[in-house]
Write a protein that binds this ligand. Sequence first.
Ligand SMILES: [Fe+2]
Length: 285
Amino acid sequence: MHDVTISAINSFEQIGDARSKMLIQKLVKSIHDYVDEVELTQSEWEMAIDFLTRTGQLCHEQRQEYILLSDVLGVSMLVDEINHSKNVEQTPSTVFGPFFIANMPIRHYADSIVEENVNNEIPLLVKGKILNQQGEAIVGAKIEVWQTAENGMYSGQDPDQLLTNLRGAFISQVQGEYAFKSILPVSYQIPSDGTVGELLNYSKRHFWRPAHIHFMITAEGHQPLVTHLFIQDDEYLNGDAVFGVKDRLIVGFQQRNASAEDQAKFAVDANYNLIDYDFVLSEGE
Ligand SMILES: [Fe+2]
């Protein structure tokens, strides 16, 4: 090991918290090992600093280029795998992604998250239950959802959409039920106008993600679940730019004619597409 590597690692010896100390010292060692192994040149170092600087400068409340970078490097899914692989009953988790916006409106059971006029879209009803690992209903779980519009863009990213469009929070009912109306999501390209775009273009990688709806489900006494539902038969299911697809998260949808019961319960009045999916949460904090 180089003297400077040893000195740099030792300089963090005074950190009181053992976990933090280990994280920082290992990080310093990994970076030094990388620089040493590839014999990084001065200009390559400058390029890296410039890339990271510009990545940071792109970030603001509605844009998170660092999460996107973590996603396309596969780091987000590696963190996910390490932290969530042990429990088979629980609904699998996947990437959080860069497009979440907190504090979106709390909506009523079976309300629509569509706030803009959409062109002749067949309504989509997404419904199911929030359950624990014993199959019992979790009442009062908060289900936050977000998805793209027909143009493949999220509100916050697209100046033409209301910030609350295709987003919302729902609370699970007495038997754990949740339901909301929307439109089918579309496959979309992650943003290509930033440093992540430069990296993917340089690497001749594509920008596509298969169509999906994002979910973040939180309930007292349970581990939060961050996941997606992917729509089956999407051409990018085998080539997600951020490596986020898991088989158990791929769902089909059924075309339905609204019965009197559906009309009463979900306020759907003609043909609609149905996704029926139960989410299972693990106990814990
Ligand atoms: Fe997404």
